[in-house]
Design a protein around this ligand. Structure first.
Ligand SMILES: CC(C)(COP(=O)(O)OP(=O)(O)OC[C@H]1O[C@@H](n2cnc3c(N)ncnc32)[C@H](O)[C@@H]1OP(=O)(O)O)[C@@H](O)C(=O)NCCC(=O)NCCS
Length: 139
């Protein structure tokens, strides 16, 4: 069984994350420092990652990037990453999680719906128009 693991030292995993990012998005991840990270490794190979940022001032957590290598898709990893990040946020005293997706991202949208997220109007469309904004209260 593949294990979703919290990353204590991002410097040890960033090489693998960058490789996967290049493959999935064509460019490498930016802004690693202010985030928390989770990875799934299979015999040393970085198969998947997810990130979370926490805004203490406004009391919310933001589901940031997630990437699952082609060969590891459809096994529920994205949903397990969502659960791990929610638990982490709750442990930090955060009771609201937000994120956004592209309308065509069927897997992500399904994962969020079945994980209890609802679409909402954020007031300010913080990444612009054409995205779906999601929210879930925790606890
Ligand atoms: C999006 C992505 C992370 C999904 O990862 P995954 O681990 O394969 O996702 P899961 O196995 O948890 O499946 C997610 C859900 O989508 C559903 N799904 C997957 N493909 C689907 C399809 N073509 N049509 C309908 N539903 C689909 C799954 O059934 C599952 O829902 P369920 O658990 O209710 O059955 C992965 O495809 C990926 O890395 N894509 C490229 C990067 C990306 O788009 N990242 C997100 C934006 S930052």
């Amino acid at each position: 069984m593949l294990r979703v693991r919290y990353v204590r030292d991002i410097n040890k995993e960033i090489g693998g994350i960058r490789e996967l990012d290049k493959e999935l998005f064509g460019f490498v991840v930016v802004g690693i420092k202010k985030k928390h990270w989770w990875v799934v490794k299979d015999n040393g190979f970085l198969a998947a990652y997810a990130a979370l940022s926490i805004n203490e001032e406004y009391g919310y957590a933001f589901l940031a990037r997630v990437g699952v290598h082609q060969n590891y898709r459809g096994r529920g990893l994205q949903k397990r990453f969502i659960k791990a990040r929610e638990k982490f946020a709750l442990d930090q005293g955060i009771n609201r999680v937000i994120t956004y997706t592209a309308p065509h991202n069927v897997s992500s949208n399904n994962s969020l719906i079945t994980s209890g997220y609802k679409t909402y109007n954020p007031g300010v469309e913080y990444v612009g128009e054409g995205w779906i904004y999601w929210i879930k209260p925790l606890g």
